[in-house]
Design a protein around this ligand. Structure first.
Ligand SMILES: Nc1nc2c(ncn2[C@@H]2O[C@H](COP(=O)(O)OP(=O)(O)OP(=O)(O)O)[C@@H](O)[C@H]2O)c(=O)[nH]1
Ligand SMILES: [Mg+2]
Length: 235
């Protein structure tokens, strides 16, 4: 491959809370970095991850869901998501598989109409609907913005996600390799661990706690591999 064919760039995932942004990003990079849950507003900050292959490198930026903020944390999260729009090469806007375009989607449309960055509309969760209905969702959305492309996927099942990667590369500029191939994320290990604990708390405690929970790590110890194996055998 000629060096000048290598493509690279920054791609952000945006959309309403709970549409599957973090699930999709994890699937695309093949690792669990961002936590996910069935509650809205799970992601609090931008999380950067790196996808590398022969063709090039995509730096994904997962953002908090865009919603009508009710408090300072919500306001901060929406700001993080909207600020990111101006800094990237391609935007993936995730939506639910529906023909209903609500106030949330309209607010996002407004934000996107102010910028020139190519927007790929990703209709996620298509595993939950009939195949023959997908065309209706595409039709409902296709004229609200001049989308670069519309790609239906299932982030959970991995349907059509290879096609999505191909489509992203089409809109990326030629560019350098930003990170070495082993780099997966900008998140420190402690942060990933804290987030995984928050995810488990969200899942296990379910209705017991307000989901505005925060986790801080006081101490972290690495267990020897043999210890972990022994524990797994015991349980
Ligand atoms: N059936 C189905 N469920 C999905 C799919 N993608 C995500 N989900 C589920 O949708 C819920 C929300 O997923 P997240 O990835 O946390 O959503 P998010 O957009 O990152 O949410 P916020 O961080 O709160 O903005 C989880 O329960 C996921 O398992 C999909 O393709 N199909
Ligand atoms: Mg998320």
């Amino acid at each position: 491959m000629k060096l000048n064919e290598y493509k690279s760039g920054f791609v952000t995932l945006i959309g309403r809370p709970n549409v599957g942004k973090s699930t999709l990003m994890n699937h695309l990079i093949g690792q669990k970095i961002a936590i996910t849950s069935n509650k809205p507003q799970t992601t609090r900050n931008r999380i950067q991850t790196v996808y590398s292959e022969e063709k090039g490198q995509i730096v994904f930026i997962d953002t908090p869901g865009i919603h009508k903020a009710k408090n300072k944390l919500g306001e901060y999260m929406v700001n993080v998501a909207e600020r990111t729009l101006k800094e990237v090469d391609v935007i993936l806007w995730l939506v639910e598989p529906s023909t209903f375009i609500g106030a949330g989607e309209q607010h996002i449309t407004e934000q996107l109409s102010k910028i020139k960055t190519p927007v790929i509309l990703v209709i996620n969760k298509v595993d939950t609907v009939k195949k023959e209905d997908i065309l209706r969702f595409i039709t409902a959305y296709k004229d609200i913005l001049p989308f670069a492309a519309i790609v239906p996927v299932s982030a959970l099942k991995g349907d059509n996600t290879k096609q999505l990667i191909e489509t992203i590369f089409k809109y990326l500029p030629e560019g350098p390799q930003f990170f070495d191939e082993d780099t997966i994320t900008d998140q420190p290990e402690r942060q990933i661990v804290a987030e995984l604990i928050r995810e488990k708390a969200l899942r296990l405690l379910n209705d017991e706690i307000p989901h505005g929970i925060a986790v801080a790590i006081d101490q972290m110890k690495e267990r020897p591999e043999s210890d972990i194996v022994a524990k797994r055998v015991r349980c």
